[in-house]
Design a protein. Sequence first.
Length: 244
Amino acid sequence: MEDLSILNINHQLKVLKDHVLERAKNTNQFATHLAKSDSERQKLRNEIIANVEQINKNYEPHMPSHSTPLTEEKPSVKGSVTPFLGENVISAKDISKLEEWPTFSGEGEYNHIELIRTIDIFQEDLHIPDEIIVGKLHSLFSRTENKWYCKMRQDHGKHDWSWWKSEIITKWANNSRRFKMENAFESAIFNSEKDKPLTWFLKQKERLSALHPDMSETMIKMKILRKCGGELEHAIKYRCEEPC
């Protein structure tokens, strides 16, 4: 009987050891993906800037053969317009060919945030005027969303990107969608046996960013970590606080 008890205890110890090793493996993998998600956005910005620099190298501005007095053009849209700045000027034709321009279908929980975020990056990094951004919206929306855009354009006339950004948020960040997104975040619990850490983490991060645009990165990560639960939460939090 004693031998059987010892064998049973040894078996339980082995099962517990295997479980601890598996949790440690998931902890290391999850902590690695936390850092990777931040670097992916920086990589996107770097790729966009690299594409623009290549366009600038190939662009030779056309100068008229006769001298024409320069006159200041007034903005054709309401609100402030960001001009082209600096010596490295790229043409509207080249900007329209950028492959990174996003499209918008209105589906999903938060893809309207991705649309706004990407266009904001373009405007900040490439100094794209509002006229070009607003002019591109017609080709970025698909089907039903395009009908909404055309109706808004017809009813309200010309406006700058800031105005359109506000209208997009009002349209696609309504109370019904926010309620569904909040419920989805609250019910999402990380399962190491079913969920891929990076995919699960980014989904929760996008949900929080859409629900709370002003929430800091640190607070977003802490809210997500609390959903991991137990020892896994403590281990990941400890790893994230370690100096690089």
